[in-house]
Write a protein that binds this ligand. Sequence first.
Ligand code: NAD
Length: 351
Amino acid sequence: MKHRLALIGYGGMAGWHHSNIKEKIPQIEVVSAYDVREEALEKARQNGLKTYPSLQELLNDKSVDLVTIATPNDFHRSLSIACLNAGKHVICEKPVTLNARELEDVIAASKEAGRLFSIHQNRRWDRDFLTVKKVISDGLIGRPYFVESRVQGSRGAMHGWRGYKQNGGGMTLDWGVHLLDQALQLFPEKVVSVNAHLFSVFGSQVDDNIKLLLRFQSGTSVMLEMSTNCFIPLPRWHVSGTDGTMMIEDWSCKGRIVKLRPEGEMTWEDDIVYTEAGPTRTMAPRPKHTTAELPLPEVKADWTEYYKNIADVLDSGAELIVKPEQALRVMKVIDALFASQEAGQGLKCDI
Ligand code: NAD
């Protein structure tokens, strides 16, 4: 039997959920929608969905067993709890809540109701991220120690409700949640310190241009940068490992690996070398025969894997991929990052 899904919030992202489930997930049927705006309800009806005049009517609809919440962030907590208490399985958009304490309330409600609760962390299936994950896990560049992950736009202020603190706006709670989740997937070990540099270039309410620094227990350092005011972007990923470097230029995943050739021994000149950088041995170009250039590995990447997993969890008891506890860890790191910004310095933590 197909699962019957209702969408709460029928705005930009809900459209993606609707069309992708319809096209690619035969086990789930999107049947209905609820939104506080009449235009959004009208659009849902035009797209063939039943709509409800109130949230309560959706909660009372026993034919719906699964709900996806895609409203502004400040409604996620209360809507998730209401749906779980009504016996629905719940998928919530990111950021699942505005802080870790709110998320603990939702996790408790899902345990009490015995219903599935997951967070739409679709960017775990981004091609660039899966490529980095494969390069690291296959040991292609040795042990990674500096990781830089960036998304850089130049369209200015955060759009719509994302510009308001009350709605859970700002870059940390928008793209930060994705990039932090990816970093915590790459390095499951503890985060031992954080340092946030949050700028509000276009207003006073929310951060819109940010750098987040994390140090992991093994010493690995991760820098995440998100901007809306950058006209000369740096690569999407730059990873330094003990045996080489990898770089991914952009979303199309142009990039390369340059690694040490085991047989290409490096020798040092006795005398100082005169280079474009002036007299220096350290920054003199490396002899070509000591390194090799490799293409990036091919990976399979499809966001709908997220919903395939949800259907498999519900139908055959598969393991849930995006777990609430993982989202809780992301929210605890975010709490620590906001505390670091408040303190104006890096902070130790144990997350
Ligand atoms: P949006 O403004 O386009 O849509 C939000 C919709 O929610 C609107 O139609 C609005 O009327 C409705 N709404 C507001 N309050 C409501 C309430 N209390 N009950 C019911 N409906 C309500 O926003 P969006 O860009 O679609 O973002 C929605 C969510 O999706 C956010 O949490 C955002 O972070 C997330 N998102 C995730 C991704 C991703 O890649 N995972 C991408 C974009 C947005």
